[in-house]
Each structure stands twice: as C-alpha cells, then as structure tokens.
Design a protein around this ligand. Sequence first.
Ligand code: UFG
Length: 341
Amino acid sequence: MKRGVLVTGGAGYIGSHTAVELTEAGYEVIIVDNFSNSDRNSLEGIRKITGVEPKFVEADCCDKEAMRRVFEEYEFDSAIHFAAYKAVGESVAKPAKYYRNNLLSFINLLELMLEYGRKNILFSSSATVYGDAEVLPVTELTPRKPATSPYGNTKQMAEDILRDMVAANTGKLCGIALRYFNPIGAHPSALIGELPRGVPNNLVPYITQTAAGIRECLSIFGDDYNTPDGSCLRDYIDVVDLARAHVVAIGRLIEERNKQNYEVFNIGTGRPVSVFELVHGFESANNLKLNYNVAPRRAGDVTAVWADTTLANEELGWRAERELIDTLRSAWEWECNVRKQ
Ligand code: UFG
C-alpha cells in the first residue's frame, strides 16, 4: 500500500508543487486546505499533471475537530505543514490574525499527531529567521535574529514549538524545519503556480503581472544598497526544486535516517542574485522588455541573504537543479496560462 502524507495548505503555491512531487514519488497525498489564499483549480492542476485525483478535505487547520476527522478517516504517518499566512506587511497591521492562524494550526496538528501516533512532521520555515545576517552565506548555525514582523516571529516561534515538542516526546515525534529562501517559478506544465490575491508583494509575481500589463510599472526598491549593482541580493529557488526537497526530507524521516529528532536545513541554491539581475534575466529568458523604475527602499528589507546549502547537499543528498533562466520562463508561462483557466 502507498504511504500517506498529510499536506496542509496543499492547494497553495508551494503545497501544490509538493503534492505533485510526492505523488510522482509514489506517496498518497491527503490535502487539507481552506482556500484562504489558494484556488480550487490547483487541485485540478495536480490531477492533470499526475493523473491521480488528490485526496482532499476542505478545512481550516485551526478547527481542531475538523482536523480530528481527517486523522480518523485517513491513513498517514507523516505530515507537511504549509498552511499559514505569509504577507509580511499585513502581519504588522494584524498581528493577532497571524499569531492565531500560524501558531494555533500548528499546535493543533502536533497535538493530533501525538494523540493518533503519527510520527513525522516537516515544517515550512523561512530564511527570514536569519534577518540581516553579518556573515554570508548563512548556515543553519548562523544565529537567528529577532524577527522584524509578526509573520517572521511566527516562523521562529513555530520552529521552537516543534523543537520543544519533539524533545518532550522522544520516539513519538520527529521533525524537520526547512528554511526556504525565495521560492519562484512554476511547474513546467504551467498547470500550477503562484496565484497572489490583489497586488503582489513579492518580486516575481509583480514582474510577471507587469509584463502581462496588469501592473503598469515594477518598482525596484532601492539601488543604493552596499551590493555590486546597488539592489538587494536574494537566493531565488525554483519551486519544483524546493518541492523535491520535501520529498527527500520526508523520506529521511520515514526511513529513520535522521541524525537528530529535530533537524533544520537551508533550502536554497547558494547563489546570490540581485533584483536588477533577476529583472534582466526575466527579460532575456522571455524575450520581452519590462517597464520598471527605481523607487526608495522598502521598509524591513535586508540588504542580502543567501544560503550555504552544504548541509542539505550532504545530509539530504539534495541540491537545486533547475537553471534560473528556465525558472523565469516557467513563471511567465504560468502567468500567460493562468488567465486562460
Ligand atoms: N522587490 C522589488 N520590487 C517589488 C517587490 C520586491 O524591488 O515590487 C525586491 C525587494 O525589495 C527585495 C527582493 O525584491 O529586495 C525580493 O523581495 P520579495 O518580496 O520577493 O522577497 P523577500 O526577500 O522580501 O521575502 C521573501 C518572502 C518572505 C520570506 C523571505 C525570506 O516573501 O516570506 O523571502 O528571505 F520570509
């Protein structure tokens, strides 16, 4: 029988790509999503790509009784927790909304896993935990910085909750936190991808919507940083590569190859790319010109952050493979396709 993996937030951007990779690796995926920041069409996209209808329950992970029914009904020994809010600016304006949703959903899940004897959990963390790091690239031992937004704080707090619950339940709970850098791009089929609601906060959806004529002009937030071209440096990771990191990490837990009960891995490419480089890369990958101007710095942005990926490479046996140009092509193909759906 196929092994089940519960994927909360599995209709969302990273969750849907991970559902595809898990299915293609032979797992049975059970998706829970409440469509608070995702679209039903992504379930159809998963089905079209894999040829398998994903098992799906519409529920809010903060609703413990609804989640209990998922545990009663489905067989799985592992879970991946994507379900969370992620808009940095909104979290500053509505902190309680972020703390309640991001933390309560995770605590519910962990408690139910213990209650029902389900052992393995992957948590979606973020490079945001490193803040403005003094030494680059960042390793997993780079000290975390105090969060600059409630969103960032929920990532740090959830990491700590997982660490402490694993420590208190030896043999019953094993966890891995994956610290994502900047996920971009879409599945090569262009059947699933990122679907921001309203004005995008993140760079690549803003670029693709500008190219599509939905936004008039991209603002590049600052060209006076202490970097080679003055714009910020980030580690942009293809979402399919990122999804595959989940498949290897869940396999590590299932096959008990983990070295500690709680582990942390950076999931990035190890390659810093500036905002200008990304914009020009997008233009040449897709053979088009983008309307952009330089605007003042955005509050809260760090100058540069990119990953030391040695641990993920050596311990997980995983590395990012897709070329940036292909990733930027996939982002545009998705943008062109999504309006037709
Ligand atoms: N940027 C622009 N114009 C835009 C949008 C972004 O110039 O319209 C710039 C930003 O200033 C930054 C870079 O593009 O220099 C990347 O910005 P994103 O908003 O795409 O990504 P961030 O690095 O700010 O944040 C992302 C996720 C967070 C996560 C963080 C971890 O949004 O959830 O990476 O590093 F925590």
